[in-house]
Design a protein around this ligand. Structure first.
Ligand code: 5GP
Length: 211
C-alpha cells in the first residue's frame, strides 16, 4: 500500500475548536501525524513560544523565505504574513507521516492547486448559535472582537464547499475519531494506490501466463 504520507489541510471558524482537536489527534497518534509549524510575522501572544506555535520572523526574513522558495504557500491575514515551510512538510511526507497544515482558506486553496492530492477538512461547530455561544463562553474577548470573528466566519463559510469533508465538532471524542477515520479511509482511495494495483495486476497476469 502507499507508503508516502498524505498532505492534509484543516481549516475552520475561529471558535470551532480545531486547535484542541489537532492537539488531541497528535497526542493520540504521535507516530501517524506531524503538524506543520508555520512561519509568521505577527508577534507572539502570551504563552506562545518560537518554534512551537510558530516560527516568529521579521517581515524581511519572511520575504527572503518567499524569494528562496522555502514556503509551500503563504497568505496575508489581518496585516501579517503566514506561510508553510517546505522542508519539514516534504521530509515528514517522505517518512510516511500524514502532515497536517492548520491554515486559513486562501492558503488551503493554494495548496490544493499545487498539490491536487491534498485532503481538505473543514471543522465547524454544529450551528451558528453554538459558534457564538463558544466565542462568548471563552470570556476572553470583547463583544466587538466576537462580532468581528462572527463576520469573518460569514466570509469563511462561503468557501466550505471547496473542502472534501466537513467535521462537525459536537464532542471532542467523536470528532477526533471521525477525523482519524476519514484520513484512514483516504489512504485506501484507489488513486492513492496505483503502484499496489499495478503490482497485483502484473502478478495475476504472470500466474495466468504460467497456466
Ligand atoms: P492566528 O494569528 O490566530 O494564530 O492565525 C490566524 C489565521 O492564520 C488562522 O486562520 C490560521 O489557521 C492561519 N494560518 C496559520 N498558519 C498559516 C500558514 O502557514 N498559512 C496560511 N495561509 N494560514 C495560516
Amino acid at each position: 500500500m502507499n507508503k508516502k504520507g498524505i498532505l492534509i489541510v484543516v481549516s475552520g471558524f475561529s471558535g470551532s475548536g480545531k486547535g484542541t482537536l489537532m492537539k488531541e489527534l497528535l497526542a493520540r497518534y504521535p507516530d501517524t501525524y506531524a503538524l506543520s509549524i508555520s512561519a509568521t510575522t505577527r508577534s507572539p501572544r502570551a504563552g506562545e513560544a518560537d518554534g512551537r506555535e510558530y516560527f516568529f520572523v521579521s517581515k524581511d526574513e519572511f520575504e527572503k523565505m518567499i524569494a528562496k522558495d522555502e514556503l509551500i504557500e503563504y497568505a496575508k491575514y489581518v496585516e501579517n504574513y503566514y506561510g508553510t515551510p517546505r522542508d519539514y512538510v516534504e521530509s515528514k511526507l517522505d517518512e510516511g507521516k500524514d502532515v497536517i497544515l492548520e491554515i486559513e482558506i486562501q492558503g488551503a486553496l493554494n495548496v490544493k492547486k499545487m498539490f491536487p492530492d491534498t485532503l481538505l477538512l473543514f471543522v465547524t461547530p454544529p450551528s451558528a448559535d453554538e459558534l457564538k455561544k463558544r466565542l462568548v463562553g471563552r470570556g476572553t474577548e470583547t463583544m466587538e472582537v466576537i462580532e468581528s470573528r462572527m463576520d469573518r466566519a460569514c466570509e469563511e463559510a462561503a468557501g466550505m464547499e471547496y473542502y472534501d469533508y466537513l467535521i462537525v465538532n459536537d464532542s471532542l471524542e467523536s470528532c477526533v475519531a471521525q477525523m482519524h477515520d476519514i484520513i484512514r479511509a483516504e489512504h485506501r482511495r484507489s488513486s492513492r494506490n496505483l503502484e499496489f494495483m499495478r503490482e497485483i495486476k502484473e502478478d495475476l497476469e504472470r500466474m495466468r501466463s504460467r497456466r
